[in-house]
Design a protein around this ligand. Structure first.
Ligand code: GLU
Length: 375
């Protein structure tokens, strides 16, 4: 078996805060030099590489001379803005040594859920890749607060993987990869070298806390792999301190934990719907509609909707919940929340009488719907 990076054409590499900032001691210039050299190798092998780099907050805290990571959101945002300058300066300088240009791309969850902004981000990154530039991506921490954040760069890496339809997501961390249990406390813990992304057993293995520097732990990496697999990408979780890790992976060597995608690949538009981390509202379905939706992937008609929750506009992404409150699907709704509430339980021929117009007979058309329970 060889690493999935060998045959990959487009690769997203995510590096975590602990690695980038030398466990919070300051930008690890040697590490950045090494990654730049390795990414240059990958480009020579004909691969396109996108870098998702954390470390802005950790570096900003250091540059501001603060003792520890602040808890106040505006201080965190200020630290991110200061630290991001250090990150991009270091990447630009060290990629230049290999004749490679870099570009800063700061994204928010909102950018990725707005269809137009999503498409613009995708076109821009593709254009940068065409130009041989390495996009260096981070969350735009300055403009988002906790409630509306992607929150961790493992998830952001997966969203970017789906955005650009990359073949592989490589998550470089300060650990070797995934173990069946915590190796520090359990002598029976075994290393997982290959598994299938989305396998529920992985989520059980990966419990445990994140470090104080970064937002993600192993669990966010496992969930990121699951998310990336939905667009057909595989994920490799490996140590960024391993010698020439990217170059060796790209030559086919198996290093770290490789999580292969299973066979079901979603169309890019449906992937975009599924990648909304938060829905604007919810439709509660009766059992008949819920079952038909899951088993037959039918459209959702107003007659199957019992109740509407939240406030949303036509075209927003809403959740479809079954009677037990579990989210079974998600889709672009054809009616705003007020009108949707007025046509709950209505047969198609009643819609016009209730609203004075009929936009579409479906509440959510099947083409705009993603069933989540078969993930
Ligand atoms: N965007 C954050 C930063 O650059 C990192 C989030 C994370 O650690 O995953 O500091």
């Amino acid at each position: 078996m060889h690493s999935i990076l060998k045959d990959a054409r487009r690769v997203v590499v995510k590096v975590g805060s602990a690695l980038v900032t030398n466990d919070g001691r300051g930008l690890d210039i040697n590490a950045i030099e090494r990654w730049a050299a390795q990414i240059a190798d990958l480009q020579k092998m004909g691969k396109e590489v996108i870098l998702v780099s954390s470390g802005a907050i950790a570096e900003g805290v250091l540059r501001l001379g603060w003792e520890k990571r602040p808890s106040h959101v505006h201080e965190l945002q200020a630290a991110a803005a200061v630290g991001q300058m250090g990150l991009v300066e270091a990447y630009e300088r060290h990629f230049r040594e290999h004749g490679i240009g870099t570009a800063q791309v700061l994204l928010t969850h909102q950018n990725l859920t707005d269809r137009e902004q999503y498409l613009n981000a995708r076109m821009t990154i593709r254009e940068l890749l065409r130009l041989g530039i390495v996009p260096v991506i981070n969350e735009n921490d300055t403009v988002v607060t906790n409630e509306i954040k992607v929150g961790d760069n493992d998830t952001l890496g997966a969203l970017v993987t789906n955005l650009v339809e990359a073949d592989v997501l490589v998550i470089l961390t300060d650990q070797r990869g995934l173990y069946t249990a915590d190796p520090r406390s359990n002598p029976d813990a075994e290393f997982v070298s290959v598994a299938t992304a989305g396998d529920p057993a992985l989520e059980k293995m990966a419990g445990g806390a994140a470090s104080t520097l970064s937002k993600g732990g192993m669990i966010t990496k496992i969930l990121a792999a699951k998310r990336a697999a939905r667009s057909g990408a595989g994920t490799v979780i490996a140590s960024g301190r391993e010698d020439r890790v990217l170059t060796r992976l790209a030559s086919g060597e198996m290093i770290g934990t490789q999580l292969n995608p299973s066979s079901t690949v979603r169309h890019a538009r449906k992937q975009w719907i599924a990648d909304h981390l938060r829905a604007s509202g919810a439709l509660i379905l009766d059992d008949g509609a819920a079952n038909a939706l899951v088993a037959k992937h039918t459209s959702l008609l107003p007659v199957g909707v019992v109740r509407v929750e939240g406030s949303f506009r036509r075209g927003d992404v809403v959740s479809c919940l079954n009677a037990a409150g579990a989210e079974i699907a998600r889709g672009l709704v054809n009616y705003g929340s007020e009108d949707a509430a007025r046509i709950c339980r209505a047969h198609t021929e009643e819609i016009e009488a209730r609203l004075g117009y009929m936009e579409q007979p479906e509440m959510i058309h099947r083409d705009n719907m993603v069933v989540l329970s078969d993930n």
